[in-house]
Design a protein around this ligand. Structure first.
Ligand code: NAD
Ligand code: IPM
Ligand code: MN
Length: 349
């Protein structure tokens, strides 16, 4: 019997509405498997915790989380309680960085029966591999006055190590898929970092002669994601470009409520973290409108990560069958509640 110890952080907003259902599904799948067990350790870190304690998690928070095999997170952020840059840098981004989760994997694909803004899109199935620890997400810089004008300076940091590591991950992934990597660049406008990005991409691509490559500017690439998503397989991007592209990927699927993600620690020193792409969705909180599919598909990525691809496949099929039957939340054209969609997926396992 294998036991997987999960640190569970529902976080804020709809995190509390979508996480419990995904945990039930994980437990049910473990039961069906027979040789697998989950142990959940619940943590109340988030904006309410901040209001009470003045920080997003306690000083020994990371040490506690480190005892688990993985972190399963809902969403973080509630601007009515804590400014976003404080809450996110105090919890989500802190975990990603301190646990060296330097690779963020974010798939997007067509689901039958789901309302997409593309109408009836060609069958796309792509993965955004996002560098998850540096780039444009940097605390280097500051706000100051230059003569009488206030200015803000924000430096991006691109290391060859983390850049090439994200690219290598993308190439290896492409090797197990259709064998194509697209690099998201902006070397026409971003003077230092993006020509560097292109050089590293060329260098890494030499090691993978069997994988074909293209390099596209992020602006044109964003348009092309919408008009011809079927052209893409694996797309490697910097932290910010990958953030935006993965939301476009989610948007063309029909809703950011569907999209999953894995923040991977690939040196094995720390737990990885699994969370949906969407945020805490304050505008729909408490109304049963939250699409649980992003969190549940995230559970599938977790199962795959631990080598339970059979269970992961079973879960994806249950999601697909549920959506095909029209059992879905309003964001993708249905009229079912969070609980009804979750129950339907549970039943189909
Ligand atoms: P958001 O993803 O929370 O919401 C954007 C829009 O998508 C909203 O209209 C929302 O109702 C809708 N939406 C999101 N998830 C949905 C779901 N599961 N089902 C149905 N509809 C859904 O993004 P935002 O409004 O930019 O951010 C709100 C808060 O969440 C902010 O504090 C932000 O910083 C935070 N945030 C956190 C994460 C994270 O923890 N990973 C990610 C993104 C945003
Ligand atoms: C995401 C989110 C975060 C990010 C925010 C909330 C800091 O948008 O996980 O996509 O930009 O990484
Ligand atoms: Mn995002």
């Amino acid at each position: 019997m294998e036991t997987i110890r999960l640190a569970v952080i529902p976080g804020d907003g709809i995190g509390h509405e979508v996480v419990p259902g995904a945990l039930k599904i994980l437990e049910r799948l473990a039961e069906l498997h027979g040789g697998l067990k989950f142990e959940f350790e619940h943590y109340d870190y988030g904006c309410d915790y901040y209001l009470e304690h003045g920080e997003m998690m306690p000083e020994d928070g990371l040490e506690k989380l480190k005892e688990s095999d993985a972190v399963f997170l809902g969403a973080v952020g509630d601007v009515n309680k804590v400014p976003d840059h404080i809450s996110l840098w105090g919890l989500l981004i802190k975990i990603r960085r301190e646990f060296q989760q330097e690779i963020n994997v974010r798939p997007a694909k067509v689901f039958d029966g789901v309302r997409s803004p593309l109408g009836s899109p060609k069958d796309f199935d792509l993965v955004v591999v996002r560098e998850n620890s540096e780039g444009e997400y940097s605390s280097v810089g500051g706000r100051m006055f230059h003569e009488e004008h206030e200015i803000a300076i924000q430096s991006s940091v691109f290391s060859k190590r983390a850049t090439s590591q994200a690219m290598e991950y993308a190439f290896n992934l492409a090797g197990s898929r259709s064998g194509m990597v697209t690099s998201a660049t902006k070397s026409n406008g971003i003077y230092h970092a993006m020509p560097f990005w292109d050089d590293v991409f060329k260098e890494v691509s030499m090691e993978y002669p069997e994988v074909s490559t293209t390099s596209e500017h992020i602006d044109a690439l964003s348009a092309s994601f919408v008009t011809r998503p079927e052209r893409y397989d694996v797309v490697v991007a910097s932290n910010l470009f990958g953030d935006i592209l993965s939301d476009i990927g989610a948007g063309i699927m029909g809703s950011i409520g569907i999209a999953p993600s894995a923040n991977l620690n690939i040196n094995g020193k720390y737990p990885s973290m699994f969370e949906p792409v969407h945020g805490s969705a304050p505008d729909i909180v408490g109304r049963g409108l939250a699409n649980p599919v992003g969190q549940i598909w995230t559970a599938k990525m977790l199962l795959d990560h631990f080598g339970y691809e059979d269970l992961g496949g079973r879960l994806l099929k249950a999601i697909e069958d549920t959506l095909r039957e029209g059992i879905m939340t309003p964001d993708i054209g249905g009229n079912s509640s969070t609980e009804e969609v979750t129950a339907s997926i549970l039943e189909r396992l």
